[in-house]
Design a protein around this ligand. Structure first.
Ligand code: ZN
Length: 242
């Protein structure tokens, strides 16, 4: 018999142990600081060179690309290696699931990735390290080397639409999985909330792992409040054992 498909929806709480704060959640850093929020809001970013210069400087200083996967990321990759079909749908842009060993094709990044830049004019992409090296070398707002257009991180900024292809794939996984684990997400914003509802409606066993209550706790078959760094590995070992 085929092993059940396990879908994991992961939010900021999964990367907290890697030293990455919650930036964009309902109580995230950006939401609490209007000036910081401008740096990641498409309209301001595109319309104001000073915002772009501050935005690049912030990314260069943050050094989030140096963050390492933690026990939760490693546990997800281990579950996949054990032979259980696993798909990750993540709200995070840090690329840590892949760095922990999850095959990139099995990770859907709802909000894009901070590990790449993209040109807003010709849509060419490249490694973020390359753009940050140019910032370090003195280009405060590095333009696209191909067309001169404005570069931005390949993340979904406030005011930008989520990629409909990624969203469609995420919905298909939510419908088709047998187990849906929502970890480290408040499940208060779309599309995370909707995907959780879709999974439950289609009969998946719903497991919520989050420090704080979520709107989906009542619908869940299991709710885990323990710290993710220990709770998620324990839970996934259980799933691997069947
Ligand atoms: Zn370009």
């Amino acid at each position: 018999m085929a092993k059940p498909l396990v879908a994991l929806l992961t939010g900021a709480g999964v990367s907290t142990d890697s030293g990455i704060p919650d930036y964009r959640g309902p109580n995230g850093l950006w939401r609490r600081d209007p000036e910081a929020e401008k740096l990641v809001t498409y309209e301001y970013y595109m319309g104001d060179a000073e915002i772009r210069r501050r935005s690049w400087r912030m990314r260069w200083e943050a050094g989030a690309l140096g963050a390492e996967p933690n026990s939760a990321h490693r546990a997800v990759a281990e579950l996949e290696r054990s032979g259980v079909p696993v798909r990750v749908i993540t709200q995070n842009v840090d690329g840590l699931h892949q760095l922990a060993g999850m095959p990139a094709r099995k990770v859907l990044e709802l909000h894009g990735t901070a590990r790449e830049f993209v040109c807003t004019a010709c849509h060419v992409r490249g490694p973020m390290d390359e753009a940050l090296a140019r910032v370090e070398a003195g280009e405060a707002d590095p333009p696209c080397v191909r067309c001169g257009g404005i570069l931005k991180p390949a993340t979904v900024m406030f005011g930008e639409r989520l990629d409909p292809v990624v969203l469609g794939e995420a919905a298909a996984i939510a419908k088709g999985c047998q187990v849906f684990v929502a970890a480290g997400s408040s499940l208060q914003v779309q599309p995370a909330a909707g995907l959780t509802g879709v999974a439950a409606e289609h009969g998946a066993r719903l497991i919520v792992v989050n420090a704080e209550p979520t709107p989906y706790d009542d619908l869940a078959d299991e709710v885990v409040r323990d710290p993710i760094g220990t709770a998620l590995p324990a839970l996934l070992r259980g799933l691997a054992a069947g």
